[in-house]
Design a protein around this ligand. Sequence first.
Ligand code: SF4
Length: 178
Amino acid sequence: MVKISEAPPGVEGPGFFATTLDKAVGLARSNSLWPLPFATSCCGIEFMATMASNYDLARFGSERIGFSPRQSDMLMVMGTIAKKMGPVLRQVYEQMAEPKWVIAVGACASSGGVFDTYSVLQGIDRIIPVDVYVPGCPPRPEQIIQGVMRVQELAATESLNRRNSEAYRELLAKYDIK
Ligand code: SF4
């Protein structure tokens, strides 16, 4: 079943509908999120299930999986991230164009999970900013979908100026991201 997106808040009358540019752009962005799956272990399998016909992430406009960072705007990190892999993940993040959103899928990406060891990054937010955390080991596809819907909400309500704001620059500066 095709679900028609709801119009953003605006002013409606006979033959016209008016809203703000922020809301119109937010509507488009939130319904055309292009995921970049950075899957390193078991949580990646849950993502595969999320993409398959039973859960069908395409319903959210997110069927276009991209393995080129420059053509994706939703980084989904799924799996244990070894410290050695940290710089690679960070490079992928930096290559993505703004606006971009990050989901830490599962306990490992969010906090290192059960791997409290010298070699495992204890959460990807140590090296890149994260917008949504999905708990679980592994999270079920429904939870991953909920994470995507949270990003949709963020994208739909984000001000067009946010990425140029002082607060956003400060956030990136904390991670030493230029
Ligand atoms: S959170 Fe659990 S299921 Fe996901 S990658 Fe880590 S160990 Fe595997």
